[in-house]
Design a protein around this ligand. Structure first.
Ligand code: CU
Length: 326
């Protein structure tokens, strides 16, 4: 640990985590500058206050004294110096903000979709994943939107954070300094699963990203449907709300679902066949299962037919008694 836990060289310390992007060092420098100014002025003001309290305390036999006249040079000094400092902080902060807000033209673009409670990344070739894989040798730009409520995308090690709002796009960019894995958080409270709304950025060494993307994109064509379905269950966020083990979570479990009797909130009874499952995925609000809230996001336009088929194959592979309702 350096002075007051401040670490140079981006190693991470008491105040800030490791600085792992090109934009992190300028943010940290500004933060530490403001911190230092605050410490200096805190010490100066509180120190003088204590000194005056002691020096000019009331003593026996002393009455009130007349107040001294203005001291114009002193008053100008204590106005102009802080003014110069805050203008300096503004100019510096504005420069850092503009750099953070302006993605370089050669940035690699990934679409980000936030939904309760996962982050989904769509690559230029159409592959969707729940982990952000990026090339390590160029800047990356994220174009983000939300399916439901306001979320906020935060990668502490890169010092980037941006709200992700339904019905509009927000962007964010970074360039990692070295390959590795970095934690992603949601920092806008978005309901029950908010604290589980985690993801990762995997920064690949040169050449590694292209290979990863090719392998990942082919996975669905090479795996048996039930296994491909399980991948989708994990990578498309179903796992946040549906369990494999028979326990009800935010949504009903997938174990034993296919072919079972379902009771809807409206009182309708039906059998969960393939068409019912398909409708539940594409139009979740059409029929609400009794005992659950209508919080499932729609996957219309986001899952291809063969992906839905794979998901159904996966659900069928989870045969067994339902442990919950009915
Ligand atoms: Cu969120």
């Amino acid at each position: 640990m350096g002075f007051l836990g401040i670490q140079g060289g981006g190693g991470g310390g008491f105040w800030l985590p490791r600085a792992a992007s090109t934009g992190a060092a300028p943010v940290d420098a500004l933060f530490y500058f403001i911190l230092a100014i605050s410490v200096v002025f805190f010490a100066l003001i509180v120190g003088l206050m204590i000194f005056f309290v002691v020096r000019y305390r009331r003593r026996a036999g002393q009455g009130p004294q007349p107040s001294p006249a203005h001291n114009t040079p002193l008053e100008i000094t204590w106005s102009v110096i802080p003014l110069a400092i805050v203008i300096g902080i503004f100019a510096w902060g504005f420069k850092v903000f503009m750099d953070l807000a302006t993605p370089p033209a050669n940035a690699y673009e990934v679409q980000v979709t936030a939904q309760k409670w996962s982050w989904l990344y769509t690559y230029p070739n159409g592959h969707v994943d729940d982990v952000l894989h990026v090339p390590g040798d160029r800047p990356v730009k994220l174009v983000m939107t939300s399916e439901d409520v306001i979320h906020s995308y935060f990668v502490p090690a890169f010092r980037v954070k941006r709200d992700v709002v339904p019905g509009r796009y927000s962007t964010l960019w970074f360039e990692a300094l070295e390959p590795g894995e970095y934690q992603v958080y949601c920092t806008e409270y978005c309901g029950t699963g908010h604290s589980d709304m985690l993801s990762k950025v995997v920064v690949h060494p040169p050449g590694g990203f292209e290979k990863w993307l090719e392998d990942a994109s082919n996975l669905l064509n090479t795996l048996p449907p039930a296994e491909a379905g399980e991948r989708l269950y994990r990578s498309r966020g179903c796992i946040q709300c549906h369990s494999m083990d028979g326990a009800a979570a935010i949504g009903p479990t997938f174990r034993g679902l296919v072919g079972s009797q379902r009771v809807m909130r409206s009182g309708t009874r039906l059998v969960a066949d393939e068409n019912y499952i398909r409708e539940s995925i594409l139009e979740p609000q059409a029929q609400i299962v009794a005992g659950f809230e209508p919080v499932m996001p729609t996957y219309k336009g986001r899952l291809k037919d063969e992906e839905i088929t794979a998901l159904i194959a996966f659900m069928k592979s989870l045969a067994g008694e339902k442990g919950e309702e009915q």
